[in-house]
Design a protein around this ligand. Structure first.
Ligand SMILES: Cc1cc2nc3c(=O)[nH]c(=O)nc-3n(C[C@H](O)[C@H](O)[C@H](O)COP(=O)(O)OP(=O)(O)OC[C@H]3O[C@@H](n4cnc5c(N)ncnc54)[C@H](O)[C@@H]3O)c2cc1C
Length: 390
């Protein structure tokens, strides 16, 4: 992979910058706890789609621009620089879409991909269940295979965006005799089915970003199965590579947030040797993460499934987040403890919210302890921990 900026990539940066300067909404990001906020965020996604910028990294035949990893990183760097709101349909664009591109049939790709791009369909991920989180292979949601479809009964939990999602990609157990990885099926569930009951979970910060999803006699047509029945684990592994280790959006965030911190802290803090050393450490590790992500994506681009490398990426981005956001919280001082609206400067609130989110990053996309197990087994060749599945 050549990481030197080409003339085409420079042109692309100019094109993206100019387009975003004209179109990107400014001001506070939409409040995604409200329907109105979600509606505004969807409208912005639609505008990105109309401009041809919904997913620059997707192949051209699927509505993307066929951008390579470096060009994709350029897009996200410009995106964050522009002050545009956070992307809404991250589970559609980042997980459902790439999985369909990798393993969907042409009919399935035609049916779903363009609606992911335009955000007509907002997606959520139905993997975790009570009793099946780190141990994902313990999934118990039942999928009874019948002639007219697969009848689903069970429960998912921690399902981000389930309250607003139109579709959910899910893993269910279709072979009741099977144990562990065999006998699981990956399929798409229409969230408007009357048998789907979403109960949002209110978090400590009052947001309700995820929920429980109860599935009662939901009949899913055979054409909604991705890959083969009972072979869903293979499909899920492809999804997890995208989730854990291959997000250039995350990579671009780090540099943008580090700059945000440097701009937000009082000038005298920047004379403190400890703070300077910490900022230097962060910059060094952000750069390393960026190259690690480009490397993972270059493996994906040639058809490999670098699961262990993705686990390393997951550890890197989640722990980097904690260190960056902890520093941010410290440097904001007592102002970060005030409630939203009690102060004029929005920066302390922003850093407090980031800090809270960073605690969750050690858990979602697979808990960090489990990623370490994967690395010790698959990279270092140490004995397998028989208690976990991933
Ligand atoms: C903000 C957020 C959003 C999420 N969004 C989604 C979503 O959209 N869709 C979805 O399907 N899931 C989602 N999840 C769920 C997430 O994938 C699970 O929380 C995660 O896999 C851990 O599972 P668990 O919560 O059941 O914890 P457990 O598996 O019960 O783990 C509890 C603790 O035990 C440790 N542990 C477990 N097994 C081992 C082992 N073998 N070795 C060492 N330590 C171990 C874990 O590291 C953890 O610290 C989300 C979670 C969060 C926090």
């Amino acid at each position: 992979m050549n990481l030197t900026m080409t003339a085409d990539q420079k042109l692309l940066r100019d094109e993206i910058r100019a387009w975003l300067a004209e179109h990107a909404p400014q001001g506070p990001a939409p409040d995604l706890a409200t329907q109105e906020g979600v509606g505004r965020a969807r409208a912005w996604e639609r505008e990105l789609f109309d401009g041809g910028f919904a997913a620059v990294q997707w192949p051209k035949r699927f509505g993307g621009r066929g951008a390579d990893p470096v060009a994709t990183l350029i897009f996200y760097e410009e995106y964050l620089r522009s002050g545009a709101p956070p992307r809404l349909n991250r589970l559609g664009l980042g997980l459902a879409g790439p999985t369909l591109i990798d393993l969907g049939t042409p009919e399935q790709q035609d049916r779903w991909l363009s609606k992911i791009l335009s955000c007509e369909h907002l997606w959520c991920q139905g993997f975790s269940e009570p009793g099946a989180g780190s141990d994902l292979a313990a999934i118990r949601t039942r999928g009874e295979v019948r002639e007219d479809g697969i009848l689903i009964n069970g429960q998912k939990i921690w399902t981000s965006w389930s309250e607003h999602a139109d579709w959910m990609f899910a893993l269910v157990r279709t072979d009741p005799e099977s144990r562990r990885h065999a006998g699981l099926t990956f399929l798409m569930i229409d969230m408007s089915d009357p048998g789907v009951d979403v109960r949002p979970i209110r978090q400590i910060n009052h947001a309700r970003e995820f929920g429980e999803v109860f599935l009662t006699d939901v009949l899913v047509p055979h054409e909604n199965v991705i890959g083969r029945i009972d072979n869903g684990w293979h499909v899920a592994m492809s999804t997890l590579v995208h989730e854990r280790g291959a997000s250039l959006y995350t990579a671009a965030h780090f540099s943008s947030f580090l700059q945000d911190l440097i701009d937000a802290v009082p000038a005298d803090s920047l004379e403190d040797a400890h703070v300077l050393a910490e900022l230097g450490w962060l910059h060094e590790h952000i750069e390393a993460y960026r190259y690690m992500t480009l490397q993972t994506l270059s493996q994906v681009a040639i058809g490999k499934k670098p699961t262990a490398q993705a686990s390393m990426g997951k550890l890197w981005w989640s722990e980097l987040q904690v260190r960056l956001y902890e520093l941010g919280l410290q440097l904001m001082g007592p102002a970060a403890e005030l409630r939203d609206g009690e102060q004029g400067d929005p920066a302390p609130v922003r850093w407090r919210q980031r800090y809270w989110l960073s605690r969750a990053a050690m858990i979602y996309a697979g808990a960090n302890e489990v990623q370490r197990n994967i690395i010790s087994e698959r990279v270092l060749g140490l004995p397998k921990d028989k208690r976990h599945a991933l």
